[in-house]
Design a protein around this ligand. Structure first.
Ligand SMILES: Cc1ncc(COP(=O)(O)O)c(C=O)c1O
Length: 349
């Protein structure tokens, strides 16, 4: 018998080759902190900060896309409103208005001149007192941006599993708040998937119904109808989820937000993830059960555009989403906030 690894419970390199590629953060020049742009390397917090011990942060993940002329942030006000909502749930008073926060995002992107990019606003409870009560620990607001590529791997569709970890139960950790602490649960889901050779895990809610991926919302297509879990199934109210629903309805599809049993994924015609990081990612298999004919609709893939084929609805929604985000289709829903930075890479949909 081969000797046991020293840390057998840790990640096993080589299990899921595609997914396990490291994605180191690429530093930019400035980070926005409480109203000022400070050097990237000076955006530090003390180890005794409240957030380090008790997970007291709320944050956002936003993408800025390259356009044929310049760049644009995707659904900036909606993201910053969700940040304010997350903070409200945790009684964190952010001393900035929605407009000020949106302007700060534009400022930091323009100062760093980095686009396309990922934007990470975070509000945290800083250095003050050691007690669990957050009273006496100051609120700190930071906004960083940096280049970031594809999040969920899987050329031709992601192979995912149902996690043995449930998503947060209602009235424990609020799922509608995008709080740093929720991502301890996400890490368990993601690490388990990784170690078992899947690119991502889908968690059930406390009642055994589909909830969401570790960092994505889930959609299921069957007989031409699109289904997604309700927010009451412990799912985050994803901005991309909302965008996919709007696009699908605009394209004439029926979208139903409803409880979804696990087995509905196995017999679906199509399954896909949505998320700022994942964008629209088709899923090829769940628990090694092939979805549809195993040919998911990859956005941008023209080979499957003749007639109705498996994956067609995913591809159409993904194409429209990327088309709008990259400025190649009309911004019919008013989702883009322009920034004055020329895209470093050519846009593609
Ligand atoms: C747990 C979870 N669900 C869903 C999503 C998708 O949300 P959005 O489309 O706003 O990025 C994310 C990503 O932020 C997430 O972390």
């Amino acid at each position: 018998m081969p000797p046991l690894a020293r840390y057998p419970y840790l990640y096993v390199p080589g299990k899921s080759k595609e997914h396990s590629k490291p994605m180191p953060i690429q530093a930019t020049s400035k980070i926005w902190h409480n109203g000022n742009l400070i050097p990237w390397e000076q955006a530090n917090i003390h180890v005794m900060s409240h957030v380090v011990h008790y997970g007291s942060s709320v944050f956002e993940g936003i993408r800025c896309y390259g356009q044929p002329k310049g760049s644009a942030v995707f659904r900036l006000p909606e993201h910053m409103q969700r940040l304010l909502d997350s903070a409200k749930i945790y009684r964190m008073e952010i001393p900035y208005t929605l407009d000020e926060l949106c302007a700060a995002v534009v400022d930091v992107i323009e100062a760093n001149e980095v686009a396309p990019c990922y934007i990470r606003p975070i509000v945290l409870r800083g250095y003050g007192e050691i007690g669990v009560s957050p009273k006496g620990s100051p609120i700190e607001v930071y906004i960083a941006n940096f280049p970031w590529g594809k999040y969920v791997a899987g050329q031709g569709g992601a192979d995912v599993c149902i996690s043995s970890w449930n998503r947060l139960a209602p009235n424990t950790m609020p799922a509608l708040a995008k709080a740093g602490a929720n991502y301890m649960n996400s890490q368990l889901i993601r690490m388990e998937a990784d170690i078992n050779g899947y690119v991502e895990g889908i968690a059930l809610d406390v009642n055994g119904l589909i909830s969401e991926g570790s960092g994505e919302n889930v959609f299921v297509v069957r007989n031409g109808v699109i289904y997604t879990p309700q927010l009451g199934n412990s799912a985050l109210s994803g901005i991309t989820r909302d965008s996919a629903i709007a696009i699908a309805r605009h394209l004439g599809y029926t979208v139903s937000e409803q409880p979804i049993p696990r087995e509905m994924l196995y017999i679906a015609d199509e399954v896909f993830f949505t998320g700022t990081a994942a964008e629209v990612t088709p899923i090829r298999s769940v628990d090694r059960i092939v979805i549809g004919d195993g040919k998911p609709g990859v956005p941008g893939d023209r080979s499957s555009s003749q007639g109705w084929k498996s994956g067609e609805i995913t591809r159409k929604i993904g194409d429209e989403f990327l088309g709008i985000a990259n400025g190649l289709k009309p911004d019919r829903f008013g989702w883009l906030t322009p920034v004055k930075v020329n895209a470093a890479q050519p846009a593609s949909a």
